[in-house]
Design a protein around this ligand. Sequence first.
Ligand SMILES: Nc1ncnc2c1ncn2[C@@H]1O[C@H](COP(=O)(O)OP(=O)(O)OP(=O)(O)O)[C@@H](O)[C@H]1O
Ligand SMILES: [Cu+]
Ligand SMILES: [Mg+2]
Length: 754
Amino acid sequence: MTQTVTLKLDGMSCAACANSIEKVLKNLAGVEDCSVNFGAEQATVHYNPEQIQPKAVAASIDAAGFGAEILDDQDWYKLSDNLTQSPSSTTSQQLRLKVLIGGIISVLLMVGSLPMMTGIPMAWIPAWAHHPILQFILTVPVQFWCGYSFYGGALKALKQRTATMDTLIALGTSAAFFYSLVVTFIPAGTDQDLGVYYETSAVVITLILLGRWFEDRAKGQTSTAIRQLMGLQAKTARVIQDGQVVEIEIASVQPGDTVLVRPGEKIPVDGEIIEGQSTVDEAMVTGESQPVQKQPGDLVIGATLNKTGSFQFRATHVGKETVLAQIVKLVQEAQGSKAPIQRLADQVTGWFVPAVITIAVLTFIVWLLTTQTLSLALITAVGVLIIACPCALGLATPTSVMVGTGKGAEHGILIKGAESLELAHKIQTIVLDKTGTLTEGKPTVTDFMAVKGTSHGNELHLLQLASIIESHSEHPLAEAVVRYAQAQGVDVSLSDTQNFAAIAGQGVQAQVQGRQVYIGTQRWFQTLKIKTDALQTYAHQWEIQSKTVIWLAVDHQLEAIMGIADALKPTSIEVVQTLKQMGLEVVMLTGDNQRTAGAIAAQAHIEQVKAEVRPDQKAAAIQQLQANGHIVAMVGDGINDAPALAQADVGMAIGTGTDVAIAASDITLISGDLQSIVTAIQLSRATMGNIRQNLFFAFIYNIIGIPVAAGILYPFWGLLLNPMIAGAAMAFSSVSVVTNALRLRRFQPGSFRQ
Ligand SMILES: Nc1ncnc2c1ncn2[C@@H]1O[C@H](COP(=O)(O)OP(=O)(O)OP(=O)(O)O)[C@@H](O)[C@H]1O
Ligand SMILES: [Cu+]
Ligand SMILES: [Mg+2]
């Protein structure tokens, strides 16, 4: 049996580090699958607990030179405390100090070399400021203290027999530094003017650290969604103990406790109202903007806001069992998962670094041979090494995925993984379940008609037989029948049913009071050879009014029919229209009969209808649509439709209220509002657009920069890329990628219509 553990990682400097950790993990016995996300600094590991334990997994990451901490969800409250604090990590503070010191030294070095670099004599700069030995002394701390992490990273990579961006920076700056060192202490015997390049190394190191510092800070902001969610948690709860109201820490609340909530207070944990009434604002968890009426028996969600009344409820779920905790866990997992598009970036980084080293060596050799100038050959080679860093490439997808999934959670859309987020923008066909998705899912019996002149002609008696059977069924239609019977004053409690059987998609049967009773579809009755002609005209009439007709027979004689209405949700028509405008094909899927389905579809302006599809055939119906080469999404209520949801490329479950049916679906729409289907697709489109921009930003510097740094323009215009500018461009590329990803935080439903 596979288990999953999430680890918080430390010490990764670029996507290549993530790749090498992934390699280490995949080589461990007992690890079945894993994914390391550089942007989220997380590893998700699927392992076999009989072969390996999370501790051993973490230890192997440590051994590879990185830090790993097991994210244990046992202690939810501690975790939430940690996460709600601002993310001013030690890494960030250390980076800041290094940037500061590197910056001061770099400025001193630059000022010293100004006259030499510009060729203009500057009287105010004393000659000793450019003394090579002074410059050497100044550079040492930058090279080996500020730049220590590059050497460390390069060494780690070497152990894994790979090369990362640290390798490139370490190589590039070391080349500049040691070349200068040689020139400083072994005076050249030639007449060539050999300059030193200390400032190049110092500036490059400082700029790249500056980029990383910005990146680190910005990366912290990509996870604000989680911090906001965690921040919703109440700190204390008012619990009734021995008739006294006591305020206790939220961590001490136990399931079964009676909790008191006053107007304007946060509801501390999940539970069921036992006394009192109120309206509750659940927007922060479900995305539903309208406050919801609550009365005894209704469920309340922890972290939502009580508005008007005060009430008491019995705690049912606390700590990591609460809806909020589950949402946070899901979002965290999604943020750490990998989008398929990232595999491309990973592959590219895999061969990019070795390729760059080769290009740099070639550049060095070619320039040395053609110009006989060592300094020119060196500077071009260093330029290539610096500009070619693929670090922005590793940030391009994970940062957008983090912001995108977080944004989803904010709107009540839980996206299970980056893969679903990516797939959602490719959806071509969207299949909507009728009952509970397009309609309210609250059917009510509106009509009753008995066959006149039969021996059991008593309507109430028939209704009693029907409701007795239906009280054994969980089907929403069955509940409607029972409710109707009760309203007519029928006693449904008396029950001596035998051989009850529910036939999926057809109806129910049983023996009641010694009689064989059937309730179900007309089609089923035809196969049972029960004549349905007598009520045919009524049935047709009701069906055209979009009512579901269920048939009742006693001892193989048709006795009555009932018409059941289930209204469209108020937003259905508009949502279908928007989906069509977005270029999607909309299909309605239902087990209900053709005519009723057709009438509902017509109301919702849906042209394609698949009706009379039994629950076990729904997955096959999806498969049929996929066979035409379409990417198909299915929206259903998540309980009956699980196989179809799983079959669809993207399964969206409508989880109403606290009933978050997470398991079978790729995307859970927490509020029942269909508008969130549109929002989910728009969010996916916006995120993918954002990722493409990021990949552009990440590549453009390399594509333009490498040939220029290699000196392609030098023979024509004498143009070379100064390694310091290469360093700045490199730092800027990472920063521009993360900043662009943060732009996604401004996503608003409806604003990204394409
Ligand atoms: N317990 C029941 N009592 C009466 N009729 C039933 C019962 N269960 C199923 N049926 C009949 O079978 C039909 C198909 O049921 P099924 O559960 O497949 O679909 P549905 O819930 O009506 O629609 P959807 O597929 O949109 O959810 C129903 O429309 C109804 O006529
Ligand atoms: Cu880099
Ligand atoms: Mg159904």
